[in-house]
Design a protein around this ligand. Structure first.
Ligand SMILES: Cc1cc2nc3c(=O)[nH]c(=O)nc-3n(C[C@H](O)[C@H](O)[C@H](O)COP(=O)(O)O)c2cc1C
Length: 151
């Protein structure tokens, strides 16, 4: 199974989590490529069986601007991605009323593009970082297991 991890980050927190996820999956001998949405053409993602999509929450429960730009540019993503499944992880801070809402928004956008989104969406606070990393590792195992069963 070839896997991409794509992240949309403002100040690097989502990037760090994505890098940890890559490290974990590399250790498990998966083929994993890491993409910053700012440097990625969405068409590249259609080459992958599974795309982990990391995003952070800004404003009052909104997508970060980087993710907004990416989705504005990729309206046709779903039409060319029918063989790709997405799994969404969202960074946020529990002190905000709309904790990690960007995950739900990303899910809605992907579904509106007819992409397949695996469940659950993972909502994460990056602090303490070790705990966040452990959570994403457990979640990634769950996602991959699900996909292996479906394939
Ligand atoms: C101006 C601002 C608004 C934010 N709004 C939210 C929010 O509504 N909900 C939430 O869960 N987190 C919110 N956050 C927290 C960020 O999502 C969190 O710090 C995240 O780890 C940032 O990741 P990034 O550096 O990858 O962008 C906000 C942070 C800032 C600075």
């Amino acid at each position: 199974m070839n896997i991409a991890i794509t992240y949309a980050s403002m100040y690097g927190t989502t990037t760090s989590v994505a890098q940890e996820l890559k490290r974990y999956l590399d250790q498990k001998n998966y083929t994993v490529d890491l993409f910053d949405v700012m440097e990625t053409d969405a068409d590249v993602l259609k080459r992958y069986t599974l795309v982990f999509f990391g995003v952070s929450t800004y404003g009052d429960g909104e997508l970060n601007p980087v993710a907004e730009d990416f989705f504005t540019k990729t309206k046709e993503l779903a039409h060319s991605c029918e063989h790709t499944k997405f799994a969404v992880f969202a960074l946020g801070d529990t002190s905000y009323p709309q904790f990690g809402k960007s995950g739900e928004l990303t899910h809605e956008i992907l579904v509106s593009m007819k992409a397949q989104v695996l469940q659950p969406i993972l909502t994460l606070e990056a602090s303490p970082f070790d705990e966040a990393v452990r959570k994403i590792e457990i979640w990634a195992d769950e996602i991959i297991k699900q996909l292996a069963v479906k394939c």
